[in-house]
Ligand binder design. Structure first.
Ligand code: SF4
Ligand code: SF4
Ligand code: SF4
Length: 159
């Protein structure tokens, strides 16, 4: 019960710190120098092709990744579906890497939590003892699998 209350507390703190503008994470494989103009007239084939259902579109129709439910498996399905070839560079993955905001992280605030560690297939999240996780930028691919599992919303992908 006390554990749940602490999670709620950290969740509330997290939302307070979410007010600054967030980095918009675009899908992987974006063609160099694209303006996303082709997306405006497209019916969003990448959205329906995404096996993890993490591609969303903004009000203009430009796709972005929503890591709340899952991460990017690097499956190439969005690339294969994008006939206008906005997504056409298989060697260019997501631009950005994950970052933990210590203030919002339960573990950094003294409550044991390993939620983010297990889904990270790159072993990019390392703990100092039982607490204080950090993300090694040189290992992090920006795949986003650690984000939705964080009970206090302490992780985001940044540029
Ligand atoms: S399928 Fe390609 S052109 Fe269409 S919205 Fe997605 S990225 Fe843009
Ligand atoms: S690579 Fe696969 S999981 Fe990642 S955004 Fe594209 S379709 Fe979705
Ligand atoms: S975004 Fe980085 S830290 Fe998070 S699961 Fe992916 S590789 Fe690991």
């Amino acid at each position: 019960m006390e554990h749940e209350a602490r999670r709620g507390f950290f969740g509330a703190i997290a939302s307070l710190f979410k007010e600054e503008e967030q980095y918009i994470v675009r899908p992987p494989y974006v063609m160099e120098g694209t303006t996303f103009n082709e997306c405006l007239a497209c019916n969003g084939m990448c959205v329906s092709a995404c096996e993890e259902k993490i591609i969303d579109r903004d009000t203009q129709g430009i796709p972005f990744l929503n890591f709340k439910i899952s991460g990017c498996s690097d499956c190439h399905k969005c690339l294969e579906a994008c006939t206008p070839a906005v997504l056409s560079n298989p060697t260019k993955f997501i631009q950005g890497h994950a970052k933990i905001t210590m203030m919002n992280c339960m573990s950094h605030q003294g409550t044991i939590c390993f939620s983010c560690k297990e889904p990270c297939m790159e072993n990019a999240i390392v703990f100092k003892g039982m607490l204080n996780p950090i993300i090694l930028p040189e290992r992090c691919t920006g795949c986003g699998y650690c984000i939705g599992v964080c009970p206090s919303g302490a992780i985001e992908v940044v540029a």
